[in-house]
Design a protein. Structure first.
Lengths: 47, 547
């Protein structure tokens, strides 16, 4: 593989992977909103 | 409006369902082919710019519109749009958000059924030892509408089974059906994709020909040629890819987010689902088809043959080169991955109808799903029976391509200019779990509509070949009185058959154009049937309001 192709792969795929993980991690780390929210599974009184 | 009790089970489930809606067959089949045909490694630059300037704004706009409509108990685009303006036009324009999905679902479910058949056949080892010609014959026989024994009975049966699976899951509802499937399908899809990507990255040179190496394939995909950046055709191709990969302009995102409460985040959710789709496309999608094909068939073969059908006519042969055990595993992983990518998308396409009829007519989930199944069966049969007459491609062109661009252009104008950016920005940022960059306010108002407008106009009036120089030649031709040299795939030429003229019968037989035009009229009839349903629903609302 040429150096320029290798740089493109590493830069692009690294960035996309990094940003995807960053946002998904942020979703997982953000505390749920107070009830009633939109999601059934964290309801204290399941509908 | 409805008194629906539908809701999402969890935030992760919603994001996986949204990502599943976006991740489709195109992530693995369309993206690498587009990259190969449009500058290789350089393609990623206009691709990412289009994602930032058109993809992300459209994601936020659609999530915001959906959540806004949900506040009034509306879960499909006709009445979501109506809530934003109360102008009659938008309510009927919103029919696109149901029609597009049903039209795409009709043929998409058919492709999905191929992947199901191919998964089972891979598992049985039926493709072991088959060469490219045998695979080609198998596929052509599978979809061929001949007579007697050639009748595509297995294709039809697989379609019915796939449709039934979709309808059953939809009848289970959002959290017990769609979300549950997404939670299983998306991790499996990523796992299968990662396995195939690792196989591709580690295969290297195979010695079957001088340049037979997966590294040559990867190099071909990723080596930048910066001179191509000045070519607008590359930018249009990249913008088009962003459009289709994110499933924007369809009405599914609106429907999914309409089950969210106002205080819940949409900004971060949209980013998470959108980038997850990008990961599947850029990291996994680029690693499979092209590099493995170059690894065993060489670069010249791939340049001549790269296309959607490689998935079925080529991949089993390539996997066979890894030995029978790995061939079975890779075949199941590949077609299983495509099946999961397909079903998470087709389920999303069913939800706008489900939301609409439950809201407006009070139908139960079972009844709504069964009637959707009947409608999709009726719409899908012509694509199966007249596949080789071009009906399948015709559905894809109008419902899977043109309708998306028209709807996205209209919705972003509605959001930014009619509903207004002040209210629109508030909708996007309300409850946001991330800071939404303010630069996106002018981008949504000016850049995104311009971007989509250019895509639409260039598709409408595309001249022969479509290169930059062809536009100036076309204008010269027009001003010198010789008319506009239409590209065959320009929307205007498609509608009026300018280049070929209308010819429905030749040598005493109906031509392909006849079947194509009939399918067009059929789709138009379906669209107006949905318009009539919206009219009935609207009248019911008025009666309820006055009583």
């Amino acid at each position: 593989m040429t150096t320029s192709a290798l740089i493109m792969i590493i830069l692009t795929q690294g960035t996309v992977l990094g940003v995807t993980i960053y946002f998904f991690r942020k979703v997982l780390k953000t505390p749920a909103k107070s009830e009633p929210d939109s999601f059934r599974e964290n309801d204290t009184d399941p509908r | 409006m409805s008194n629906t009790t539908e809701s999402w089970g969890s935030r992760v489930g919603l994001i996986l369902a949204m990502a599943g809606n976006a991740v489709g067959l195109g992530n693995f089949l369309r993206f690498p082919v587009q990259a190969v045909q449009n500058g290789g490694g350089t393609f990623i630059i206009p691709y990412l710019v289009s994602f930032l300037l058109m993809g992300i704004p459209l994601l936020w706009v659609e999530w915001a519109m959906g959540r806004f409509g949900g506040r009034f108990g509306d879960h499909s685009t006709p009445f979501i749009l109506d809530n934003m303006t109360h102008k009659r036009f938008w309510k009927y324009f919103g029919v696109f958000g149901i029609f597009t999905n049903m039209g795409v679902m009709a043929y998409y479910t058919y492709i999905e059924s191929w992947t199901l058949t191919y998964t089972l056949k891979s598992l049985k080892g039926d493709f072991l030892g088959m060469d490219l010609d045998a695979l080609d014959s198998f596929f052509n026989g599978y979809v061929d509408l001949g007579s007697g024994i050639n009748f595509p009975v297995w294709a039809l049966l697989a379609f019915l089974v796939t449709l039934t699976i979709n309808i059953y899951i939809l009848s289970r509802g959002l959290s017990a059906g769609i979300e549950k499937v997404a939670k299983i399908a998306m991790p499996l899809l990523i796992g299968f994709g990662a396995f195939l990507a690792i196989m591709s990255w580690t295969t290297g040179s195979t010695g079957r020909c001088e340049d037979c190496s997966t590294f040559v394939g990867l190099n071909f995909l990723w080596e930048p040629d910066f001179t191509t950046l000045a070519n607008p055709k590359i930018w249009l191709a990249a913008a088009g890819q962003i459009f289709f990969t994110l499933s924007v302009g369809m009405g599914t995102i609106h429907c999914y987010s309409s089950y969210l409460k106002q205080k819940d985040d949409i900004a971060l959710n949209a980013m998470s689902a959108g980038w997850m789709n990008g990961f599947v496309e850029i990291v996994l999608g680029s690693a499979v088809v092209i590099p493995i094909a170059v690894g065993y068939l060489g670069l010249d073969w791939v340049v001549d043959n790269a296309g959607f059908m490689m998935a079925f006519k080529t991949m089993p042969f390539l996997f066979d080169q890894w030995g029978s055990v790995l061939a079975v595993i890779a075949g199941v992983a590949w077609f299983g991955l495509l099946f999961f990518a397909g079903i998470t998308s087709s389920l999303a396409m069913g939800t706008p109808w489900m939301g609409f009829v439950q809201d407006e007519f009070g139908w139960s989930k079972n009844r709504s799903a069964i009637l959707l199944g009947i409608a999709i069966l009726a719409m899908g049969l012509p694509t199966i029976l007249f596949f080789e007459k071009g009906v399948f491609d015709e559905y894809d062109y109008w419902t899977g391509t043109v309708s998306l661009v028209i709807f996205a252009l209209a919705e972003v104008i509605l959001f930014a200019w009619v509903f207004g950016m002040d209210k629109g920005w508030k909708e996007i940022t309300d409850g946001a779990d991330m800071k939404v960059p303010r630069i996106y306010r002018p981008i949504i108002k000016y850049v995104t509509p311009l971007f989509i407008g250019i895509i639409f106009l260039t598709s409408l009036f595309k001249p022969l070949n479509g290169e930059l120089s062809d536009w100036s030649k076309a204008f010269n031709s027009l001003f010198s009185g010789q008319g506009w040299p239409w590209a065959n795939d320009s929307i205007i030429n498609q509608i009026f058959h300018i280049n070929t003229g209308v010819q429905w019968v030749a040598d005493g037989h109906f031509t392909n154009m006849f079947y194509v035009d009939m399918s067009r009229f059929f789709l138009l009839a379906c669209f107006f049937a949905l318009v009539a349903m919206v009219k009935v629903a609207s009248n019911r609302r008025k009666q309820n309001a006055s009583s």
